[in-house]
Design a protein around this ligand. Sequence first.
Ligand SMILES: [Zn+2]
Length: 189
Amino acid sequence: MVSSEKELKQRSNNQCELCGATDNLSVYDVPNAKVMVIYACHTCIEQMEDSEKIEANHWRCLNDSMWSEHIPVQVVVWRLLFKLKKEGWPQDLLNMMYIEDATLEIAKSLMDIEDEKQEAIHRDVNGVVLSSGDSVILIKDLKVKGSSLIAKQGTPVRNIRLDRDNKNYIEGKVGPTQIVIITDFVKKI
Ligand SMILES: [Zn+2]
């Protein structure tokens, strides 16, 4: 495991491992993975640390750095591409990128931690992200609190609302009745 700045300088040929810049370089601790470090320039670090400063075009450099042989660089590149994928071209690079399953798992798990920090993300039983207005089906019979109603497995619930305070709950109508449902019991359709 590379740790010292000296080793990083050697590994990176004194260049930002993301964009190739040669100025303002410093050691960047991959968040939530303190054992992983990359050598990166001020511009890259600033944008990684503050999503609002992201300029998608700066990250065209990932086109090259995605081929790095170094796992910490691969993890960071994958996460950045994933974050930017709505731009289109990052999705193409993700499809092309060669990344070992184990490395991909690290990248994904770190990203989940970041996401959860940012906001409460509602996910269905399969981990699919739920948004307001989505439709789901119930994956088991649920007794509706405060009534004799049983909402049957397979019942669709349309136009759900997310509980802002608790990512484990959504609301929606079963027939005429508004109910609160635990996200573990629904599947997005
Ligand atoms: Zn850079």
